[in-house]
Design a protein around this ligand. Structure first.
Ligand SMILES: *Cc1c(COP(=O)(O)O)cnc(C)c1O
Length: 352
């Protein structure tokens, strides 16, 4: 029977007592419940919340063969009054459907997204801990479940939301390599989508970077490797003297919600900002002249990750330590809004 009414099956006994919340490895422990909904015969149906558990999926499901899979990443926070907040979840809801469209997957309806999300968070709210270091990382995703190995878009899908308690992870010392051989995305490609395959394709170049003592790759344009685009799962900002630079988004660059929120804060705080193509040459020149003051990545997982060094070809550069760091200022501004510690001047908070 087709129904769009949310069914809830609660866990008999919570697993929360077994979790050491002071020693969490990012994204490895999951809460008591999960949300799922299936797309069959052109209709999203049977939304349900059930105890977190493995799925049984046929080996011929198209997701395993052709990678039709998209995801999102968002967070929920508990403030000192025990209210639960999210940050611009409407943006994630829109973006997963933008990603889905590019992979010829069906959009997931907004009302079901928010109904499933809020019901799941209310059920697992004890997993959202107080404190500046704690958050619940939320992972919505969608995948092709049709059982058939012919190479075409599936006619069946499963949408899910799972949640993982996290501590703000220490990213103090991110060292990056500017890509000069590999690419993560192409013109007309899927770079702007949070498509699973984008990440699979980035792991090998990232491994090579690690072998050279770096943590991540900053991707450049696929044509000439001339312009700096974004890091692994983060958009990237450069501070040259007192001006912040970041690339405009495009079909190769993911439109990060952290990035676009930072742009608003930067403008409101009257920090000089240029959203334009940023060339490898100008950043290397700025570094040589001592004008490159900061580099940082922006994304939901770490909010802002300061970058402490970069390498490009034979050239390598260690960033100076800044007293009046823009990264630090912006991280505080944004996390204070996210955690209900400051006025929400942009209307970004969402009370669960
Ligand atoms: C998720 C992601 C980002 C950051 O997006 P946010 O919405 O800020 O979390 C940036 N680049 C890539 C490739 C990503 O996957």
């Amino acid at each position: 029977m087709i129904t769009t009414e949310l069914k809830v099956e609660k866990i008999a006994q919570s697993k929360i007592g077994d979790v050491d919340f002071d020693n969490l490895t990012f994204g490895s422990i999951f809460t008591d419940h999960m949300f799922e909904c299936d797309y069959i015969d052109g209709v999203w149906q049977n939304p349900k919340i059930s105890p977190y558990q493995p799925l049984t999926i046929d080996p011929s499901a198209k997701v395993f063969h052709y990678g039709q899979a998209v995801f999102e990443g968002m967070k929920a926070y508990r403030d000192d009054n025990d209210d639960i907040w999210m940050f611009r979840p409407d943006q994630n809801q829109k973006r997963i459907n933008i990603s889905a469209e590019r992979l010829d997957m069906p959009a997931f309806p907004k009302d079901l997204f928010f109904e499933g999300l809020t019901a799941l968070l209310k059920l697992d709210k004890e997993w959202i801990k107080k404190g500046d270091d704690s958050a619940l990382y939320i992972r919505p995703f969608s995948m092709a479940t049709e059982t058939c190995v012919s190479a075409s878009a599936a006619n069946q899908y499963k949408f899910m939301i799972i949640c993982s308690p996290v501590q703000s992870y220490y990213t103090g010392d991110v060292r990056v390599v500017f890509a000069d051989k590999y690419s993560r995305s192409a013109n007309g490609g899927v770079g702007y989508a949070k498509a699973a395959g984008n990440y699979a394709a980035s792991f090998y170049p990232a491994k090579l970077a690690k072998e050279q003592g770096y943590d991540q790759v900053v991707w450049t344009d696929a044509d000439k490797h001339e312009f700096l685009e974004e890091a692994g799962t983060m958009n990237v900002f450069f501070r040259v003297n007192d001006t912040l630079l970041t690339a405009p988004t495009s079909d190769r660059i993911l439109d990060g919600i952290t990035r676009k929120s930072l742009l608003e804060i930067i403008k409101a705080d009257n920090i000089d900002l240029e959203v334009r193509k940023v060339s490898v040459t100008e950043i290397v020149e700025a570094a040589k002249k001592g004008e490159l003051k900061e580099m940082f990545g922006s994304g939901t997982a770490a909010v802002i990750s300061p970058i402490s060094a970069f390498s490009h070809g034979d050239y390598s550069y260690e960033m100076p330590t800044m007293e009046d760091s823009f990264a630090k200022h912006l991280k505080k501004r944004l996390t204070d809004i996210q955690r209900n510690k400051s006025e929400d001047q942009f209307g970004w908070r969402y009370k669960v």
